[in-house]
Design a protein around this ligand. Structure first.
Ligand SMILES: [Fe+2]
Length: 251
């Protein structure tokens, strides 16, 4: 199966449209969405509508989605995120709200595991370090584990060099082969496709990935989109200026 994998859309319709067109052209037969459809950006309802319509979609919620539903304390958010959550709450249609309400922040499927932050703390933990990967391994029933939340395209796996060592790769646009276990299935590996609508790795292009479960391969792609159009909408909506500016820098 060829999966289109994407995360952290954050109400950025221009970036989402480019990503979904690309994944469709790439031959995606199914889609994995890793949370944070809304928050920060100017088009929450349209972004939910686009994602809801995808075929063979496995989707989870992020902390911003839960906050928009009133299911997460706003004390966890900085002033910019909080302002966007409050703005977003009034702009989600009833059917799209029902869709969001049906999502959990973690999904244990037969052939993969999805968690927005991490399996142990799906709405709070940023999977960024080796100890975090090790601490979450026992909680995963099926590999790969796909995560979002950090807005960074990353791969975590145990190193060949010795027990207990973890390799963390920053994913460029090349194919990474996943290791197979002799008894079937994949060796422990966590994969983050980066962020569609608000990359934070100093690369302003939208990030997404293709996962080939037959070949055992994962590849990140970076795609330019119309950033000035999104910035214009952010300003017209009266959302914080910082949310427009950061898109220029991929931060
Ligand atoms: Fe996010």
């Amino acid at each position: 199966m060829l999966y289109g994998v994407f995360s952290d859309v954050h109400s950025n319709l221009e970036a989402l449209s480019v990503v979904l067109d690309f994944l469709d052209d790439a031959g995606a037969e199914a889609y994995l969405f890793l949370g944070d459809l809304v928050g920060y950006g100017p088009d929450p309802d349209e972004c939910i509508s686009r994602v809801r319509a995808l075929p063979n979609l496995s989707a989870i919620a992020g902390n911003h989605d839960l906050a928009a539903l009133g299911r997460m304390d706003l004390d966890w958010f900085n002033q910019y995120a909080r302002a966007a959550v409050v703005w977003t709450r009034k702009r989600i249609s009833a059917p799209n709200r029902t869709f969001l309400e049906g999502l959990t922040a973690r999904m244990d499927a037969r052939e993969f595991t999805l968690a927005h932050g991490s399996p142990s703390n799906p709405t709070g933990e940023y999977l960024l370090g080796p100890a975090q990967f090790e601490n979450n391994v026992a909680l995963v029933k099926a590999w790969p584990l796909f995560v979002g939340h950090s807005h960074m395209p990353l791969l975590f796996r145990f190193a060949d060099s010795g027990p207990g060592k973890v390799d963390i790769l920053f994913l460029e646009e090349r194919e990474e082969s996943l290791r197979r276990l002799s008894g079937g299935g994949f060796a422990p590996v966590a994969l983050n496709p980066g962020s569609v609508g608000q990359p934070r790795d100093q690369d302003r292009r939208a990030s997404c990935a293709v996962y080939d479960s037959v070949k055992g391969a994962f590849r990140v792609f970076r795609l330019p989109y119309d950033i000035p159009a999104v910035q214009g909408k952010i300003r017209a909506a009266g959302l914080p200026e910082y949310l427009a500016l950061r898109l220029d820098y991929g931060q």
